[in-house]
Write a protein that binds this ligand. Structure first.
Ligand SMILES: [Zn+2]
Length: 173
């Protein structure tokens, strides 16, 4: 079977590229690797973009997955924790990027963004810090990690009841 993707140079270093055309909604790849904890990611032993899939669970990505870059105007997104799908039609040899914020809720990590998109947010942060319209758009597409969808639900419920900071929600789980 021919691979769906390949790794090549891009303006940010390495990037993930389409080896064929993808229609919107089509399967691209599954992110795989060893499961690691937050402490392990924080030690800096895992330079290659560990993918957050739960509060204290990350996949230590291997190639080619670890080369997937962030975009504030992504053409792909993650469903079912670790399955990358196209959210737009993607053409062969186009770079494939997803929005890192759709997988992030750790009150720790930020990254200066150089994605070059007109809609670039400048700094990449946790999902709950995204502008509300961007959150809505991603939730509608179904490309936000399950644990974050649950957290957002708890936060909006809590804000109606007079407010609860996300760190308290974290501590409860
Ligand atoms: Zn950006």
């Amino acid at each position: 079977m021919k691979p769906n993707v390949y790794v090549a140079e891009c303006e940010l270093g390495k990037g993930l590229f389409a080896a064929k055309d993808f229609k919107k909604g089509e399967y691209i790849l599954t992110f795989e690797g060893t499961l690691i904890s937050f402490e392990q990611t924080a030690k800096g032993e895992y330079e290659g973009n560990p993918l957050q899939i739960d509060y204290n669970a990350y996949i230590d990505l291997q190639d080619p997955c670890r080369s997937a870059n962030h975009s504030c105007s992504p053409n792909s997104g993650i469903i079912k924790s670790n399955v990358l799908i196209a959210i737009k039609d993607i053409f062969k040899d186009e770079e494939i990027r997803f929005d890192y914020s759709t997988t992030m809720s750790e009150n720790n990590w930020t990254m200066v963004c150089r994605c070059g998109s007109k809609k670039c947010r400048g700094i990449i942060k946790d999902f709950h810090l995204l502008p509300k319209d961007v959150q809505k758009q991603y939730l509608k597409l179904g490309i936000v990690q399950e644990f974050i969808v649950r957290e957002i639900g708890q936060m909006s419920k809590a804000s109606k009841q007079g407010g609860l900071r996300p760190s308290k929600i974290l501590a409860k789980t």
